[in-house]
Write a protein that binds this ligand. Structure first.
Ligand code: FMN
Length: 173
């Protein structure tokens, strides 16, 4: 069986794509063989030993592209370790209450599979990357612009996941 790990992601304004890239780079530094792909471009997950799936939260749900990926590949994913990560603005204030809220938005994905780890990260708000309609909603909700991504926390999470995946792969050998 191949040793490859897939980092699959959805993104709208690009910030989650950059988080996925940082996770893939960290896994590579940890010695793992990683493919980084947009979730909707993945036709088959059977070549992979493990999958990390990430997407932003939009309108109180994980971006539908990630949910479609889970449903499409659910059977194959149920046989390998899977980790999720979500990027959102609610965690620009990283409180217990906000974490619980974001976890509740992840419930549909958690009901489909049991991930080995779930990473919840603060994202980025950049009005210039939004459509007219999106900007209207976001400004009415008074969400300020800013990049709240904590690269150290993201890389630390990826290192932890690398350890979990390595242990799992060793157990299966
Ligand atoms: C239209 C819209 C809706 C959003 N809805 C939520 C939300 O419900 N909860 C939240 O915490 N963040 C929300 N966000 C913030 C995004 O999750 C955040 O900006 C993220 O970094 C965007 O990821 P992307 O750049 O990969 O698209 C929303 C952003 C937009 C533009």
């Amino acid at each position: 069986m191949s040793e490859k790990i897939l980092v699959a992601y959805a993104t709208r304004a690009g910030s989650t794509g950059e988080v996925a890239q940082a996770i893939a780079e960290t896994l590579r530094q940890e010695g793992l063989d990683v493919d980084l792909l947009r979730a909707r471009k993945v036709a088959d997950v059977s070549p992979y030993r493990a999958v990390i799936l990430g997407a932003p939260i939009r309108a109180f749900r994980w971006m539908p592209e990630a949910m479609r990926f889970l449903r499409r590949h659910r059977e194959a994913l149920s046989r390998i370790p899977v980790a999720y990560f979500a990027v959102c603005i609610a965690l620009m204030e990283d409180t217990e209450e906000n974490r619980r809220l974001v976890e509740s938005w992840m419930e549909p994905a958690l009901a489909l599979l049991e991930p080995v780890r779930v990473g919840l990260f603060a994202g980025k708000m950049d009005y210039s990357r939004l459509s007219f309609g999106e900007r209207f909603i976001i400004q009415r909700m008074k969400v300020p612009e800013g990049d709240h991504r904590d690269w150290e926390a993201i890389r630390a999470w990826a290192q932890e996941v690398a350890g979990v995946l390595r242990d799992r792969m060793a157990e299966e050998e």
